[in-house]
Design a protein around this ligand. Structure first.
Ligand code: SF4
Ligand code: SF4
Length: 342
């Protein structure tokens, strides 16, 4: 987590365009006119689709596990500070998103599609125009409202049991950028070779949503956009300030890269002080977990026991506890280690 203490992301416009300076990829497949549930997962593997909301899980496996779902939910609720790529994709690439959503719904047998977005009346008006056949459902704009568990809670009206997946309740929740990729392959015959992402350097006022080729380095992107990155002054945050990580300029753009944010080193909160037992991390956790207790157990290597494992299974590493900690303790990094013990 790279919590920033000076960047005012609120100055950024809600409705960004989506542009690319790169040539259009070549058509590789003829496209698909009809969806055969038996072969559709193979098609997803062939185009190289993984969860582009950041999970990186193989989408074909998710589709197979969700056969019989009654509703497909398009997850367009992004709420990490500084990232607006989901909204741009929804507004600018509705043809592909709608095609991808319709195909995935058909593949699992879902008769209904819900478009889940942050509450914003202007956005909802636009989406109703673009996606007339889908129901638009609004959620909080407070991070981490887009987490699958929190979406499911609103859909079923209660907290799902620990470990319960959406398909248990008949819902398939799919990130909007993944669905765009499905639509791109179906309509234009183009596999997953491009990645829509937010590219921003707040200290220069630069903020754009773009489409980059998968595999290009961050350095190449910075040169194309003439961004004055200096490793002595800046850090590069890959995929957000809450769940993202610092990467070098040589790092590639991956299918799961949500954003590249060039932040001033001085703006990133790093001063770690001893824990004061204030409890702010516990209060902040959207799942009601006890991050401080969990990290203590991880530190002492006491990672056995059903209570610990149940809490660690639930934790989705959102980083809210770290952001709330007045002592700057990187709780989420410890929790990542705890996940590895499961
Ligand atoms: S990262 Fe922290 S706030 Fe987020 S779910 Fe895990 S314990 Fe809770
Ligand atoms: S918020 Fe930070 S200081 Fe407070 S209890 Fe949690 S870890 Fe300790």
């Amino acid at each position: 987590m790279l919590r920033t203490i000076k960047t005012d992301w609120n100055i950024l416009a809600d409705f960004q365009t989506l542009e690319t300076p790169f040539p259009r990829p070549e058509r590789i497949y003829p496209g698909l006119d009809t969806i055969d549930p038996a072969t559709f997962p193979d098609f997803l593997d062939e185009i190289g689709l993984v969860g582009m909301g950041g999970s990186g899980f193989q989408t074909s496996e998710k589709i197979k596990a969700n056969i019989g779902s009654h509703t497909l939910v398009i997850n367009g609720i992004e709420c990490e500070p500084g990232i607006s790529i989901d909204k741009s994709v929804l507004l600018n690439d509705s043809l592909w998103v709608a095609a991808g959503a319709t195909a995935c719904a058909q593949a699992v047998g879902a008769s209904k599609v819900i478009l889940a977005v942050q509450h914003n009346p202007d956005l909802v008006t636009e989406l109703n125009k673009l996606y007339g056949e889908f129901e638009v459902l609004t959620f909080s704009d407070k991070y981490p409202a887009g987490a699958e568990k929190l979406i499911l809670k609103k859909l079923i009206g209660k907290w799902p049991a620990p470990g319960a997946r959406p398909h248990k309740f008949g819902f398939l929740i799919q990130n909007v950028v993944s669905l765009r990729a499905v639509g791109r392959a179906l309509v234009d015959g183009i596999p997953v070779v491009e990645r829509p992402l937010t590219l921003a350097m707040p200290s220069t006022g630069f903020y754009q949503n773009i489409i980059a080729p998968v595999g290009i380095s961050v350095q190449e992107l910075l040169e194309i956009y003439k961004l004055p990155y200096d490793p002595a002054i800046h850090i590069i945050s890959d995929s957000g300030t809450m769940m993202g990580k610092e990467v070098p300029a040589s790092a590639p753009i991956e299918k799961t890269t949500l954003s590249i944010l060039i932040l001033k080193r001085d703006d990133v909160f790093r001063n770690e002080r001893p824990c004061t037992r204030c409890g702010a991390c516990n209060t902040a956790c959207p799942l009601g977990l006890h991050p401080f207790t969990l990290t203590e157990r991880i530190r002492k290597n006491k990672t056995e026991g059903p209570a610990f494992k149940a809490q660690m299974t639930e934790c989705f590493l959102c980083g809210v506890c770290s952001a709330a900690c007045p002592s700057g303790i990187p709780l989420v990094q410890s929790l990542e280690k705890g996940k590895a013990c499961l």
